[in-house]
Design a protein around this ligand. Sequence first.
Ligand SMILES: [Zn+2]
Length: 432
Amino acid sequence: MEQLVINADRVEDRIDRLALIGKISETGVCRLALSREDRLAVDVVRGWMEEAGLVTRIDAFGNLIGRLEGEIAHAPAIMLGSHIDTQPYAGRFDGIIGVIGAIEVVQSMVEQGIKPAVSLEVASFVDEEGCRWNKGLFGVRGLLGKLEDGELERTDKNGVTRRQALLDFGGDPEGFATSIYPPGKISAFLEMHIEQGPILESLNRQLGIVTGISGPLWWTVDYYGFAGHAGSVPMTMRRDALVGAAKVISGLNEISAREAENGSPTVGTVGSLKVFPDSRNIIPEHVQFTVDLRDIDLHLRNRLEGELRQLIEDTAREHGLRYEIREDTNSEPRYCAPEIMAMIREAAGELELDAPELMSGPFHDSLSMSYYCDYAMIFVRCKDGISHNPAEYSSKEDIAAGTELLYRTVQKLLRRQTEKATQNIAAKETSA
Ligand SMILES: [Zn+2]
């Protein structure tokens, strides 16, 4: 790879230093959203932002946002970022490389003497993980005016409301309205993140270009049969709800595996099962199980959904069961902007990096941003696909390559957005 513009040692050093805040075990981190550790980390990251030349603020939601003012006033800004809060038993990289990498991009630009024509913002979004109050993407949804009723009254497992934690953190629950971004303030969002899966490693590639974030379809399914004595009811007379569920679990696995063999990133999972009355010598009368089905191609996912419904129906008929399907979540896949993906591809080519395309199964801050502006993501390889675990690991070289790719992509995006802003000004002058 060519000489790097970004400073790989500085990126590594900051990752190591941030990992000390909320450190657990040798390599783990526990830095829950809006905790004391989270606040300490925000102050440290804020210092780095200012060192990079960004003007910083913590908004009413608790988001840390840094801004490098562009020369064209009022042109939409380009935003980079991710999150620094973690799961209770987490590693040092999830979200963190996206924030530190974004700061590095700006700091390198300033050191190169580059003054952008359109403004750049770096966001460290508060509470992406959602583990403390069981609802994620709080900061980014707040920024975009997408919070739901009652979110401040949710309590964590110690009975602390989000409102109280936010007040202690230095946020301002009464001032949310002043922190919401109006439409058009940001033109594009870029996020670098660890893959949290094993695909790049299996392909022996450092980086990947994300095609989109697959939306999950979540169901709760109930099968109702009839209980009876396991020793006396003949097999031909049984209505065994668990046998029905077993066929569906196995069927979902076959359907998803078949598509995966055809090259799709389809994944299907039954992760929870409840059996009633749950006794070894009673035929199961009621079984409840969950379905999680994901694919980046919504047409395909819809077709598989149809197939699964048919399987549930056929199985019910075969075993004399009644069934109910409750849809808990039906999120559509959100595709990355082809124009920005092309810029990432071009930048990767310049760096002689072969960056394959892949979809994201997990969601990220980008998912919320996708409803507001164009977005794109760069994935960095992580060891054995392990994440949300102290064993999470991405190498210094891979993170440096990702940060360099982010840097080069930002330069291309800046050129494009500057052209657009200049055209807008010209058009306004003509019409005036
Ligand atoms: Zn993350």
